[in-house]
Design a protein around this ligand. Structure first.
Ligand SMILES: Cc1cc2nc3c(=O)[nH]c(=O)nc-3n(C[C@H](O)[C@H](O)[C@H](O)COP(=O)(O)O)c2cc1C
Length: 274
């Protein structure tokens, strides 16, 4: 067994060649008595685990991951298309939150699923900065407001709408930046990422939808992008280098509940190519 730990249980293998045909990098060879990966091909593995997930008899393991530990896929375990569509249609941007922390275990459960989001070339190099404590969130909000004010005072070019939002917070405590959300999830990518911005948005989309499915409220935080574009050193507060692209989603327990789906079925502009 090589460094990939690619192993086929001979007693289960039915020689269907599913793993050989499915491998996107074509590194699994149809060998006797069971398929194998030649050592010189191992470095071409993109770690996608398609060999493990396609095997109809659960004979393939790789990286020490065993088929018994996967969730079986069937009509019993999958949502119906209608239920998934209702989640997608019913998800709304939540801008009023209960002022309390979400259970950390729930956040980590959601993040484990988010880890399964696709990434370009399966690079899996999305990095997250998480504010899971409402007091830390309040402090971060304070740093954002002060950071904008200081940047403007020192003559830097800060967009007017951000300064207005900072002034509104000072005057009335209204938080335009994070809508009073107790938590923030920010994503960036590392050096291995091939499709960095896309990987970030896909991961955060997974997060937003999962958060809603667990009864949490979440909203994309364009303001974080605007603020950190204007004052890049604020990224350092999130452990992120100033030159890194980032995006964020704010979340928490919603203080409100929407009762029905929106009606935007005609919004997609579709050009059918003949
Ligand atoms: C990329 C992106 C950035 C957004 N940034 C903000 C934001 O900073 N603050 C906010 O309140 N809403 C933000 N939104 C929410 C949009 O305003 C919202 O998605 C839109 O009005 C549609 O409403 P819905 O999400 O409830 O369907 C953002 C949405 C997206 C997709």
């Amino acid at each position: 067994m090589g460094k990939l730990n690619f192993a086929i249980d001979e007693s289960r293998c039915i020689h269907c060649d599913s793993c050989v045909k499915e491998c996107p990098r074509r590194i699994i060879c149809d060998t006797d008595p069971v398929p194998s990966i030649p050592p010189e091909m191992e470095e071409n593995c993109m770690a996608c685990q398609h060999c493990l997930t396609i095997c109809p008899t659960g004979a393939v393991s790789i990286f020490g991951k065993h088929p018994e530990d996967s969730i079986p896929l069937s009509s019993e375990t999958l949502p119906t298309p209608h239920k998934l569509a209702t989640l997608l249609r019913g998800r709304r941007s939540i801008r009023r939150f209960r002022q309390e922390n979400v259970d950390k275990a729930l956040i980590h459960e959601i993040m484990a699923t988010v880890s399964n989001a696709p990434t370009g070339c399966n690079a899996m190099d999305v990095h997250f900065s998480l504010i899971d404590d409402i007091d830390v969130m309040h402090r971060f909000l304070g740093k954002v407001v002060t950071g904008l004010e200081n940047a403007a005072q020192s003559g830097r070019d800060v967009p007017e709408h951000l300064l207005k939002a900072a002034a509104k917070y000072r005057e009335s405590g209204i938080d335009t930046f994070f809508r009073g959300a107790p938590h923030l999830l920010v994503a960036t990518t590392g050096e291995q990422a091939v499709c960095g911005p896309e990987d970030i948005i896909i991961s955060l989309t997974y997060f937003e939808l999962l958060a809603h499915s667990f009864g949490l409220g979440a909203t994309w935080c364009g303001y974080l992008k605007f603020v950190t574009d204007a004052v890049p050193e604020l990224k350092l507060e999130l452990g992120i280098a100033e030159n890194k692209y980032l995006y964020g989603v704010m979340f928490g327990k919603p203080a409100i509940r929407h009762c029905r789906t929106a009606q935007r079925d005609e919004a997609a502009k579709i050009r059918v190519i003949k």
